[in-house]
Design a protein around this ligand. Structure first.
Ligand code: NAD
Length: 499
């Protein structure tokens, strides 16, 4: 039977009243398993009112007490990990261990946010003027919103909610319509952990809901993650409405393979980084750049060998390496790109189209796909495919391999495999990409560092989580103090100097 989902506002589930719904699929069997209400403008405005009221007390709650609630939340999520991961797999399609990783990475940011009492400390200067001291403080913004993509339905909402809540804001999450059940369960667990009602809210919806979050002056900041055209337009609208915004977009991540690299290590790395989670990761490697023909020929042979052993299947089947893609429309888009690559003249070495999985004939399957001899002008190189499709561009030398990711429109992640420290150092210093890996498949997010791409992969000037998360969700106030000390200088009409 199809489940009917809700919103979560003020510490409780709230039925949708707009009369508009979206279908939530199980991508492994291609069937609708839930109906999701899409919020009207009035429903969003009501949630903002609830959040605004709740924030007043939360914003002045001692940060250590706020942190204790986050600690309890982490405990509860661990205790419910298997149930959450299975729910995530059923709507997203990624494998059960991968779903656990999605939740775990989100929790790591919450664990970092438990350090809020330290991270929110201001600065103090003694005697900035005669008998004058100056200090700064970080204060919450008020009501803030997060708009998140389908591909990490636990991790990315927690990246946004953690620093927002720990800093004393009330948070409204607008998760993806494709896999909203885990965010709703996380909302229940926040309440169970003792978070006051109205501090973590989930509004399900589409553009109509997002437009209200962007327009309502009570929402002070927008954190977005998703595709580049939407990221760019949300950033522009939020800025035009005087809001703080950080909007992260799409990617085309390259891996450079130098002739001295260990090619077995590289081929293993490319299996996970290229095809894990069906390539639906913003940090997936979608372009491999072997340097020199000899490197390229040897690498392609090793990739073909390994691809033949990959198993695509239901996410709960422990023998599956990766699961279905999220939607029928995603499957069609990816298969269209494969045809575009063929038409553009790339060599299709492994074709993942037309895959069926016995017992799951209606699932949204795309098998691992490999293109060789891709060139810079092809659409399959320039555009984000967001599926299990790996393109090989053969570079003649290091400088060409460095130029390709540096000049690409996107600048999220990149990696290089080499045994030479000099080359690695030169690469990490010169490449025009936000996150760099050296002999690792891709730099994964680390909670206590920041995460964010360059160029068309990120709009705004602060990254996600790490110290930037706290900067984004707080405003700084500077206080200048002098206590009467008996000195009387009389009125002065000139600008006082620092000295
Ligand atoms: P998407 O852009 O379709 O949707 C993201 C969010 O925006 C969803 O909540 C969706 O409901 C909302 N949305 C969609 N259209 C909208 C519109 N016209 N107006 C307002 N809101 C709208 O992205 P997706 O398909 O869910 O996610 C995949 C994309 O996310 C890929 O491009 C991927 O690279 C990117 N991504 C980037 C990062 C990063 O850190 N840079 C991380 C994860 C995913």
């Amino acid at each position: 039977m199809t489940r009917e989902l809700t919103h979560y506002v003020g510490g409780a589930h709230v039925d949708g009243t707009s009369g508009r719904f979206a279908d939530v699929y199980n991508p492994s069997i291609g069937e609708v398993q839930a109906r999701l209400p899409l919020a009207s403008g009035d429903e969003v405005r009501r949630a903002i009112t609830v959040a605004e009221t709740a924030q007043v007390q939360w914003g002045t709650t001692n940060p250590q007490r706020r942190a204790r609630i986050l600690n309890k939340f982490v405990e509860l999520v661990y205790a419910n990990m298997d149930e959450l991961a299975a729910l995530l797999t059923s709507e997203h399609g990624k494998t059960f261990p991968d779903a656990k990783g999605d939740i775990q990475r989100g929790l790591e940011v919450i664990e970092f946010c438990v350090a809020a009492p330290h991270l929110l400390k201001g600065e103090f200067s003694d005697s900035a003027g005669s008998d004058i001291d100056v200090h700064s403080m970080r204060q919450p913004l008020g009501v803030v919103a997060g708009i998140t993509p389908f591909n990490f339905p636990a991790m990315i909402p927690l990246w946004k909610a953690g620093p927002a809540i720990a800093s004393g804001n009330a948070f409204i999450l607008k998760p993806s319509e494709r896999d909203p059940s885990v965010p709703l369960r996380l909302a229940e667990l926040f309440t169970e952990a003792g978070l006051p009602d109205g501090i973590f809210n989930v509004i399900n919806g589409d553009k109509e809901a997002v437009d209200v979050l962007l327009e309502d002056p009570r929402v002070k900041a927008i954190g977005f993650v998703g595709s580049t055209p939407i990221a760019q337009s949300i950033y522009a609208t939020a800025a035009a409405n005087g809001k703080r915004a950080q909007c992260f977009g799409g990617a085309k991540n390259h891996m450079v393979i130098m002739p001295d690299a260990d090619l077995d290590m590289v081929a293993d790395a490319l299996m996970g980084a290229g095809y894990g989670s069906a390539g639906e990761r913003c940090m997936a490697i979608s372009v491999a750049i072997p340097v020199g023909e000899k490197t390229a020929d040897a690498l392609v042979a090793k990739l073909v060998e390994r691809i033949a052993t990959l198993r695509v299947g239901d996410g709960m089947d422990e023998t599956s390496d990766f699961g279905p893609v999220v939607a029928q429309s995603a499957k069609e888009r990816i298969e269209d790109y494969v045809q575009i690559g063929v038409d553009e003249g790339a060599s299709l070495v492994v074709d993942g189209r037309g895959l069926t999985v016995p017992g799951h004939e209606n699932g949204f399957w795309v098998g691992p796909t490999l293109f060789d001899n891709v060139t810079e002008t092809m659409r399959i190189y320039k555009e984000e495919i967001f599926g299990p499709v790996l393109c090989i561009i053969r570079a003649k030398d290091y400088e060409e391999a460095l130029r390709l990711p540096s000049e690409h429109e996107f600048g999220n992640g990149v990696s290089i495999f080499t045994r030479d420290g000099d080359t690695a150092r030169n690469f990490s210093s010169r490449v025009q990409v936000g996150m760099v890996g050296i002999n690792v498949p891709i730099p994964v997010p680390i909670a206590y560092y920041t995460f964010g791409g360059w160029k068309a992969s990120g709009f705004g000037d602060l990254n996600q989580h790490g110290a930037d998360g706290f900067r984004f969700y707080t405003k700084t106030k500077t206080v200048t103090t002098r206590w009467p000390s008996g000195i009387r200088e009389g009125a002065s009409f000139i600008m006082p100097e620092g000295s």
